[in-house]
Write a protein that binds this ligand. Structure first.
Ligand code: HEC
Length: 174
């Protein structure tokens, strides 16, 4: 799903054609980010949660907020700020380390969307949490001193893939 943008044909010669292509490119970029964000499951549903379930829903929401802030830069809604990307990504990496302790066995009290598969395949679950931590660190490293948004797009996409990978196996589908 996440591909680097490739020109379908040679650079157009006329300037109107070029403007049209650039607009298309922008739209394609925005659609890409929108699909990444929706695939990441940025939907909040944790009203009424308590205890550890509330804890981890809050953590996930915080992770989602960081992803949205970076996504807004990629969409061009906000200006690129490498320092913000770096701190958002580092915050996600911190959350990744705490994922195992946020999922004690059998903790599925309503309105939790956690699936029993988490504890049936604990190794798989925690390995995706590690992937998320690693990709978040990569993103933070890419953002360090970056001058252009393009420098962070690929690592952002790689990080977003880990959200989807975990949610599709371990979170209730809606
Ligand atoms: C290792 C597995 C795993 C990874 C990685 C993961 N999530 Fe989740 N996420 C879950 C599970 C499980 C739930 C459901 C928790 C519950 O309801 O008890 C969840 C819930 C959520 C929620 C809903 C929170 C709420 O309040 O209901 C959001 C938003 C979310 N994740 C965003 C993300 C984003 C964005 C990423 C990637 C940057 C991500 N998650 C990575 C497992 C994961």
């Amino acid at each position: 799903m996440i591909k680097t943008w490739a020109w379908p044909c040679a650079w157009p010669t006329s300037s109107t054609e070029r403007t049209a292509k650039m607009r298309l490119r922008l739209i394609a970029g925005a659609a890409l980010v929108a699909s990444i964000l929706s695939a990441s499951g940025l939907a909040y549903s944790h009203s009424g949660a308590t205890g550890i379930v509330k804890h981890r829903m809050d953590a996930m929401s915080d992770i989602a907020k960081s992803m949205k802030a970076i996504g807004a830069m990629i969409k061009g809604e906000t200006g690129f700020d490498a320092a913000v990307v770096k701190s958002a990504a580092s915050s996600i990496a911190g959350h990744a380390e705490r994922i195992p302790e946020l999922f004690p066995e059998g903790s599925m009290d309503k309105p939790s969307e956690a699936l029993p598969s988490i504890w049936e395949d604990w190794a798989g679950f925690t390995s995706i949490a590690k992937d998320m931590g690693r990709e978040a660190k990569e993103l933070a490293a890419a953002a360090d001193g970056a001058s252009q948004i393009d420098q962070i797009k690929a690592p952002f996409g790689a990080l977003a893939k880990t959200c989807k990978a975990c949610h599709s196996d371990f979170r209730l589908a809606k």
